[in-house]
Each structure stands twice: as structure tokens, then as C-alpha cells.
Design a protein around this ligand. Structure first.
Ligand code: AKG
Ligand code: FE2
Length: 318
């Protein structure tokens, strides 16, 4: 009889962020930080249970998403940005079920108004802006908590403020049309995120899958109160490879539309991502040359970037 290695259950670690004692200096903070570090080393991803965004607001945000995507295509195309893939994305033959829009700086009320105004020029949709803004602001608190914990767990306390100021937020709202067939259809191609940290929230329709380091796919089944937290390539590079940046995709089945939102913390243009000396030693030689995130993104969208197994390694790997 061969010895059997017990299979690890294919699900993401769940970490609680609703605890009222989760403050720097409290024992809960250190315990949670250790869990965050372990989950991100092993999976690059975890499920965060976070009750600070009232369920009513979350429902209203999905109502706004439905209204947004029900607008005529011509109107949705008014969502434009100077940065690549920050505006309306959709109508791609490779991923025909997928459509998304981008809201830059959703934590700033005026910037959300600048997004909604061209979409509803004569309508009074100030409530939609308020929902998106309030939701994003509360979710950015979770992003900050997690990034603070990550920096502390690698002894990078002195860089926390500089790091937190080096990013902007982008909220992407996404719709995946139901395939309406028995078969499973691709919703979004497998990719790694290119930013710092992504926090995802979805309606009741599942579809997100995350690849483990040993190449298995985990079908993510978040509970109602949970958000999926994921590391992007820029944080992977900044931490000299210490945290995993996971491949993930969306696979759709069934007859229901999937709506999701992603809050992306993204390095500001001109900010150079470079691993601090503290994370470079004989055991951990420097893995990446310093790089500008916007220039890296531009490379990612070239043919060479799209063809590489890891755009990050091709672009700035040592
Ligand atoms: O819709 C989702 O859950 C995932 C979206 C995603 O991976 C992305 O926008 O980068
Ligand atoms: Fe992604």
C-alpha cells in the first residue's frame, strides 16, 4: 500500500476583520497579521470577513451596478480614462460575457460624481454616487488595515506611510452575462493582477477561481459578509517575492448574471517600485529591477507582454 498524502481542502483561508479589538498594539492585531502573512505566502489570497459595510448598502450598490450596465452601450462608452484599462472594457470576442467600467479615486466624492455625470447627464443620480463613494471609502479602510499588517509583518514599519501614500484607488465594476448553457464558459481570462492589493466583492453568483502554487484551481465560494483579498504583481515585486501573486480567472455557468466589484490599490504614475534593502540578502537575492507601474502596464498590454508567462518577470526580472 502506498502512503497517501492527505489532500488539502481546496478552499481559501478565512480571516476575521470584524473584531472590534483589531487595532495596532492589541493582541488580536498581531494574531490577525500573522494569519494574513501566512495566507498571502501560501495562496496570495484569502477571504476577509468584514461587517463594516452594512448589508443594505451592499444591496444598493448591486442595484446601482444593474442600472449602470443596463445603460445603452453608447452611454457606457463615455466611461473613459487616460490610463490603460481604467475605463469601459467590453465587447471582446475572447470574453463575450464580460463587461466592466472603472471609477478612478472612488474614495473621493467629486471623482465619483465625475464618473456618474456623463452617464446620467439629466438624471438625478446623486444617490448612486453616494453609494459607490461610501462603499469604496469603507472598503479602503480594509485595504489600509491589510497593507499596514503586511508591512509590519516584514519589519517595514518605517515605510508604511510612504507606501500608503504611493497609491491611488480604482474601483472596477463588472458584469458577467449568464452563459445560459449547460457548459461552463470563460468569464475572464486567467491573469495575475498588476497592482498592489485587490479586494473583490460579488453578488450571489459564483465564478471566481484562484490557482494554487501547485496548479490546482480553487472555486471561491465567499460567504455573504466576505470579501476576497488578493495580492498583485506590484506588491509581489516590492516585497522581493515574499508574497504570492496568484493566477485567477472567472468561469461562468447557469442562468444568472454575475456582478462583482474590485477595489484596486494601484501605484501612482512616476512612483518607482523597488524592494527595500531589508528584504534583500544572500538567501533572498533581488528578484526585480526597480520599475514604474504605468510603464509596466504599458508593456503588459503589448503583444510581448500578453504572450509572456509572467509579464512582470519578462519586464523587470533579474
Ligand atoms: O470578477 C471577479 O471576481 C474577478 C475580477 C478580476 O479578477 C479583475 O478584475 O482583475
Ligand atoms: Fe484580477
Amino acid at each position: 500500500m502506498g502512503s497517501e498524502t492527505p489532500l488539502l481542502p481546496l478552499c481559501l483561508p478565512v480571516i476575521d476583520f470584524s473584531n472590534e479589538y483589531l487595532k495596532p498594539g492589541e493582541p488580536e492585531w498581531d494574531l490577525t497579521s500573522a494569519d494574513v502573512q501566512k495566507a498571502l505566502q501560501d495562496y496570495g489570497c484569502f477571504e476577509a470577513s468584514f461587517d463594516r459595510i452594512p448589508i443594505e448598502l451592499r444591496k444598493l450598490v448591486f442595484e446601482t451596478l444593474e442600472e449602470l450596465f443596463d445603460l445603452p452601450l453608447q452611454t457606457k462608452l463615455r466611461n473613459v480614462s487616460k490610463k490603460p484599462f481604467h475605463g469601459y472594457v467590453g465587447q471582446y470576442p475572447m470574453v463575450p460575457l464580460y463587461e466592466s467600467m472603472g471609477i478612478e479615486d472612488p474614495d473621493v466624492a467629486e471623482r465619483v460624481n465625475a464618473f456618474t455625470k456623463p452617464l446620467w447627464p439629466q438624471g438625478n443620480n446623486s444617490f448612486s454616487s453616494t453609494r459607490i463613494h461610501t462603499f469604496s471609502k469603507k472598503l479602503s479602510d480594509l485595504d489600509i488595515t491589510i497593507r499596514r499588517m503586511i508591512m509590519e509583518s516584514f519589519g517595514l514599519d518605517k515605510y508604511i506611510d510612504e507606501h500608503l501614500h504611493s497609491t491611488n484607488y480604482l474601483l472596477r465594476v463588472m458584469k458577467y452575462k449568464e452563459p445560459d448553457t449547460e457548459e461552463t464558459k470563460l468569464g475572464l481570462n486567467a491573469h495575475t493582477d498588476k497592482n498592489i492589493v485587490t479586494i473583490l466583492y460579488q453578488n450571489h453568483v459564483e465564478g471566481l477561481e484562484v490557482q494554487t502554487k501547485d496548479n490546482n484551481w480553487i472555486k471561491v465560494k465567499p460567504s455573504k459578509d466576505s470579501f476576497i483579498v488578493m495580492i498583485g504583481d506590484s506588491l509581489h515585486a516590492m516585497l522581493n517575492g515574499r508574497l504570492h501573486s496568484p493566477n485567477h480567472r472567472v468561469m461562468m455557468t447557469g442562468t444568472e448574471t454575475r456582478y462583482s466589484l474590485g477595489l484596486f490599490s494601484i501605484p501612482k504614475a512616476g512612483h518607482i517600485i523597488s524592494s527595500p534593502e531589508e528584504l534583500v540578502d544572500e538567501e533572498h537575492p533581488r528578484l526585480f529591477k526597480p520599475f514604474d507601474h504605468v510603464e509596466f502596464l504599458q508593456f503588459y498590454y503589448t503583444q510581448a507582454g500578453q504572450r509572456s508567462q509572467s509579464a512582470l518577470k519578462t519586464y523587470c526580472g533579474i
